[in-house]
Design a protein around this ligand. Structure first.
Ligand SMILES: Cc1cc2nc3c(=O)[nH]c(=O)nc-3n(C[C@H](O)[C@H](O)[C@H](O)COP(=O)(O)O)c2cc1C
Length: 219
């Protein structure tokens, strides 16, 4: 266990070392097991009601990458990266509530009564069209937030393992959905090529904290 200062430095280093890599060593392969390990860590992210609506469609097949390249605006990272991790949001993810909360009962984290009440509430909220979560836009927004939180963790975990990534939405989403036969219940969050960098990222800067932070109201 390091001190808080050490932990801050370690995390800060990882965060600052991550940059979007657009050139990968095409011969370098990350094993399926390692990709699973990365996803396992990524999904420790928070999610609305802990419903974990993120889904990961992993593409390692070169022929599929070539097809995806045709709808990716000539972005070569799609061809060169070891894998493409397509993060989707499951609009029906709430249907896993029973399973998710039953696991917590089995682990002694929550009581059976808590689980029953929670599952009932989730079902009501997500299925009633005029409720907050029943609103398709709202459900979509939650899935985008859940998926984005997992995506950020995934990129940082990849970095700690010596791999690089680039979050992407610069492709034809409908084209991608057609190529991969993605059912309507899954919305696009991000596509993340992952692999070994062949060239460094181009540097990027950030706005100053003063320029992006409001305190106690916006004037
Ligand atoms: C929502 C989103 C979409 C992005 N789409 C692409 C993309 O299609 N292609 C690409 O090369 N980079 C893409 N990026 C990466 C950004 O250009 C990059 O994160 C930003 O310039 C900051 O650089 P850095 O990641 O190296 O720090 C995207 C990033 C985000 C968050």
């Amino acid at each position: 266990m390091g001190t808080n200062e050490n932990k801050f430095t370690e995390l800060s280093n990882i965060i600052r070392e991550r940059h979007s890599i657009r050139h990968y060593d095409p011969d370098f392969k990350i094993s399926d097991n390692e990709i699973k390990e990365i996803i396992k860590e990524a999904v420790s992210a928070p999610s609305g009601n802990n419903l974990q609506t993120w889904r990961f469609l992993v593409i390692t097949d070169q022929k599929l990458k070539e097809k995806i390249f045709t709808v990716s605006n000539d972005q070569h990272q799609v061809l060169e990266a070891s894998a493409l991790i397509i993060i989707l949001g499951d609009l029906k993810g709430y249907q896993q509530a029973e399973k998710i909360f039953t696991q917590s009962v089995k682990q002694g984290i929550v009581t059976e009564e808590y689980k029953d009440a929670k599952v009932k509430k989730v079902k009501e909220n997500y299925e009633k069209e005029n409720s907050r979560y029943g609103n398709p836009n709202w459900r979509k927004e939650i899935a985008l937030i859940d998926g984005s939180l997992a995506a950020m963790q995934l990129m940082l975990v990849a970095k700690t393992k010596g791999y690089d990534t680039v979050p992407m939405i610069g492709y034809n989403m409908e084209g991608l959905r057609k190529i991969l036969n993605i059912p309507d219940r899954y919305i696009n969050v991000l596509m993340i090529p992952i692999g070994k960098a062949a060239q460094p990222a181009h540097p990027t800067l950030r706005l100053d904290v003063e320029e992006i932070t409001f305190w106690n109201g916006i004037d």
